[in-house]
Design a protein around this ligand. Sequence first.
Ligand SMILES: Cc1cc2nc3c(=O)[nH]c(=O)nc-3n(C[C@H](O)[C@H](O)[C@H](O)COP(=O)(O)OP(=O)(O)OC[C@H]3O[C@@H](n4cnc5c(N)ncnc54)[C@H](O)[C@@H]3O)c2cc1C
Length: 623
Amino acid sequence: MSSSNSTYDIIVVGAGHAGCEAALSAARMGCRVLLTAIDLDKLAAMPCSPSIGGMAKGHLVKEIDALGGEMAKVADQTAIQYRTLNTKKGPAVQASRSQNDKQRYHMVMKRVVEMQPGLDLKQALIERLHVEGDRVVGVEDHTGFGYAARAVVLATGTFLGGLVHIGFRSIPAGRAGEFASYSLPAHLRELGFDLGRLKTGTPPRLKRTSIDFTRFTAQGGDERPVPFSSFSGDPVLPQLPSFIGYTGERTHAIVRRNLSRSALYGGVITGISARYCPSFEDKIVKFPEKDRHQVILEPEGIDTEEIYASGLGNSLPLDVQIEVVRSVPGLECAEIMRPAYAIEYDYVNPVQLRNTLETQRVQGLYLAGQINGTSGYEEAAAQGLWAGINAACRVQGRPAFVLDRSQAYMGVMIDDLVTRGTREPYRMFTSRAEHRLILREDNADLRLMELGHELGLIGADAADELRRRRERIGAEIRRVRATVVRPTPKVNAYLEEQGSKPIQQGVHLDQLVKRAELGYHAVENLAPAPEPVTASAARQVAIEIKYEGYIQKQIKEIEKFKHLEKIRIPDDFDFRTVHGLSNELKNKLAEVRPTCLGQCARIDGITPAALSVLMVALKARGR
Ligand SMILES: Cc1cc2nc3c(=O)[nH]c(=O)nc-3n(C[C@H](O)[C@H](O)[C@H](O)COP(=O)(O)OP(=O)(O)OC[C@H]3O[C@@H](n4cnc5c(N)ncnc54)[C@H](O)[C@@H]3O)c2cc1C
């Protein structure tokens, strides 16, 4: 084997959403990094929906931005539509979503990666890891060429054992049109890793000019788009609408008639798919009572004819796909530019990882993204950032970077993955976060940017600006709470205008802001700040005041949560020696290797009784 004569600090295998964040963060923390991909023209590709964000995914994107990651900035530079979801609901579940120009997303991210000092980008199919004892020391590619490194991040997405299905035709591929990686999963098995099989799928892409858009309802984006990144300005690209339509009984009958020819229902696919992201066949089978299913036509970009037909993901043979598409009102003459397909791939059950995303089995080896059983660009990017930071901390001898469930959605996701593992594609939902009122999109920078600065990923100016913003918000909240509003005709006229009950005596301004029909607008009208605050700061002030009670309650719960998190478990603690635990629980604890008592409590099957047994054992160990 020939090899490079220089040693990298970190090698990142895979330049998808996870790999790009891992490589950029490690290089920006001062490491010498090599980033490899099977096809550089598919760096940061969006093989599925041309969108970033959405429910809970928008929270991850904002957290990535606050910690100094890249996804939010690239999303803003390539956004062709912005929408804020759940605006009628509370702030905890409001989320941002953008439609993006896929080609531009790839090009912008590739440029950022290419221009990053200390980061080499190479096209290579990595087939083996070089492991000495229990430590990774490098990788070897399909040409037999080796690269040495002190840490390796695997971010290989849907490529490990990738198999694409269109009807009964199956092709080894990591995505349609791209090589799969078969040697690497075989090597991971040799190293003793437990790999599972998952499945996902994508809808057809249709030719824009072959669609009768008059049969669809246009859906535009927000009038005043709010960018993902604190560092972005107004949208740079023209904003385009999506189009909403529906299937009908005729379409459903075609699918029912051909179910046995679908890879999924024809028994070809063994991988587990996501319950929350059913294929079109699944919808027909599982919701027979529904007489129509939504189809959303989303532009894949500005300079392309390709239209993403969301809702029509399937693994039917092409002749049936054409029939299905052309049975939808408005698509009678539609041309399929790319067929829908399903893909199966190997993943590593993440209970085999520490909460730094380092593997327990091989030191210095980190896994990030879809390889850990998650699904989604945002989930992948968040893990990539986390793994990149931790690989850099390891190489530089710095303390590990771990956020807990009360600090970030990232903390919730990583803790879920390494504590419970996953048997189906894991996607982030707001319902997964017990402290979601604290973990809002709008305060991601206040929660995390200081940490990004300490890591060296956020500059001093941005950190100073953040501190000023925090002080400004705090001062304004104190001012509003201290301000007494008198029952003057002007005040009561304003309140009546807002459909709010007039006041008879002086009240504190925050009590008015707490009224459902009022908000910071009342402050601006009744007792404006000497120096106006920004719209985003005003939003913070209103949320902190309106939800004060709930927020205080969550802060109390977090204190309880942190109490158990503080009870650390020594690395060499042998769970198998703890009397009073069932063998099943002993095995599960030995497999997960929780780092604190709080994490033990979240392992399936751990009862309060088992927790007290562990507490006693840890105390005895302490003594
Ligand atoms: C068909 C399809 C449908 C999908 N549908 C959805 C969906 O509906 N909803 C959703 O949320 N997500 C969906 N996804 C998943 C989404 O694409 C991924 O979650 C996301 O891209 C994962 O990012 P990643 O960085 O982990 O991996 P990827 O984006 O897959 O990138 C993997 C990278 O690893 C490289 N690589 C792989 N093996 C090697 C090797 N041995 N050597 C060198 N480089 C290697 C590849 O070249 C690529 O650069 C779908 C994906 C596919 C393929």
